[in-house]
Ligand binder design. Structure first.
Ligand SMILES: Cc1cc2nc3c(=O)[nH]c(=O)nc-3n(C[C@H](O)[C@H](O)[C@H](O)COP(=O)(O)OP(=O)(O)OC[C@H]3O[C@@H](n4cnc5c(N)ncnc54)[C@H](O)[C@@H]3O)c2cc1C
Length: 402
């Protein structure tokens, strides 16, 4: 087994791991990135698409804002709509008017592409397609990660710190002993059927639609590519949704019967079912192991928070590791878990709240009373200054240090 050394061993090359490596590099800290998939696989994953203003500010500050400014699309807000008793209403909620901040539509695949290019330019080491990743001695002073590289060589990577950025299914979370770890979880009784379609969006900003048949969302990835979602049962088989059925359901749930608005359809190039879950694991630090992003928490996508939380976590973590490894101060590493969790719980609540307001409950778990409460909530956030400002502040995003 060959042994090498770095300052920070990063497990996982999703947005959290890649951005952390970039921030550390700017602070003069070496890192090695370990990823079990190939670069093409990582780049091809269709996931999040909305960046909060603080994420865009951060990416711009660290030299990654140029393509966002050129190719991204700045949105002032979202549309919220509902259809009840056959009558539809659509309202625009303007974040800039309410809290002075906007959001940007820029796909996670594009963020990943920018981050991978930055890591290549920095000449920092990355190992893709690794196997058998195991964490060792994270509670002590000499943590290490062992793995088998793409050529089949067993390697041991020693480091000052290990960053677990390996998503919900990665091995890092289990590096925190079970008697120290505490988890909270909510599994929702519905899922999203997501489609990517080669058709110009039928809207200038995202539409969140409450409908008696179930929630629908009209999002987009660019001026020529639409991303659309339908609420479906949690165990839904994607084969039950041929393209015609998808477009018909989307037209029904997104149509609101006013202004002659219609949904444009087009070729569907990707279709998948996305389960909905809230999950938080604490603490986010144990000894020299630090968790960030989906490795520590999952939110349902309704509030567009998953990618933004990963960005916020690693921003805090990079500051903490820089203060520790460069300046010799452990204050921020000691408070990292608490600092990150304050924002994690805020986003967990907001994502749960948006999800609960917009999805109809299956028979036996909800009834007409629940629906009236949801409609009342929707009327309140679209008609009250205070209600709208609360949604806007959370959706456009609180400052990273919140
Ligand atoms: C299918 C799907 C759809 C989503 N859609 C949306 C959406 O529409 N809107 C939204 O806001 N959010 C969405 N999200 C959430 C958002 O994409 C995540 O919150 C975000 O990717 C978190 O980044 P991360 O770097 O923490 O984790 P990830 O992006 O999951 O990255 C973790 C990395 O670790 C790697 N890894 C795992 N195990 C190992 C191992 N053993 N060894 C080495 N590497 C390993 C993985 O391959 C991956 O590259 C979606 C998530 C998923 C899974």
């Amino acid at each position: 087994m060959s042994t090498t050394r770095t300052q920070v061993a990063i497990v996982g090359a999703g947005p959290a791991g890649l951005l952390l490596s970039h921030l550390l590099d700017r602070a003069g800290i070496d890192s090695v990135l370990l990823e079990n998939r190939s670069p093409d696989y990582v780049l091809g994953r269709i996931r999040a698409g909305v960046l909060e203003s603080s994420s865009v500010d951060l990416l711009s500050e660290v030299g990654l804002g140029e393509r966002i400014a050129r190719e991204g699309d700045e949105h002032r807000g979202i549309y919220l709509q509902w259809t009840a008793e056959g009558q539809g209403e659509r309202h625009h909620l303007d974040f800039v008017d309410h809290v002075g901040r906007s959001v940007w539509v820029y796909g996670q695949t594009e963020v990943t592409k920018d981050l991978m290019a930055a890591r290549e330019r920095a000449g920092q080491q990355s190992h893709y397609e690794v196997r058998d990743v195991e964490l060792h001695d994270v509670a002590g002073d000499r943590p290490a990660v062992t793995f088998t590289d793409r050529d089949g060589t067993h390697q041991r990577l020693e480091a000052d710190a290990v960053a677990g950025c390996d998503g919900f299914h990665g091995p890092s979370r289990a590096g925190i002993p079970a008697d120290v770890r505490r988890t909270w979880e909510r599994v929702y009784p519905y899922a999203w059927l997501g489609v990517l379609a080669e058709v110009a969006p039928s809207t200038d900003e995202l539409i969140y639609a409450w409908h008696p048949d179930g929630f629908a969302l009209h999002s987009m990835r660019s001026r020529t590519v639409s991303r659309l979602y339908l609420q479906v049962p949690p165990d839904e088989d994607v084969a039950q949704w041929p393209d015609d059925r998808v477009w018909e359901a989307l037209a029904t749930r997104l149509g609101h019967g006013q202004d002659g608005w219609t949904l444009q359809d087009g070729p569907i190039v990707e279709k998948s079912v996305l389960p909905m879950r809230s999950f938080v694991s604490t603490p986010m630090r144990h000894g020299r192991l630090f968790l960030a992003g989906d490795a520590a928490h999952i939110v349902p996508p309704t509030g567009a928070k998953g990618l933004n939380l990963a960005i916020a976590d690693v921003t805090l973590l990079a500051r903490a590791l820089t203060a520790w490894l460069v300046e010799g101060s452990s204050t921020l590493v000691d408070s990292y878990s608490e600092d990150a969790l304050r924002r994690v719980w805020r986003c967990t609540h907001f994502s749960w709240w948006m999800t609960s307001m917009l999805h109809t409950l299956p028979p036996g778990q909800g009834d007409a009373f629940d629906q009236q409460l949801q409609l009342s909530q929707l009327r309140w956030v679209t008609s009250s200054q205070a209600g709208a400002a609360g949604l806007a502040e959370n959706y456009a995003g609180l400052p990273i240090g919140f």
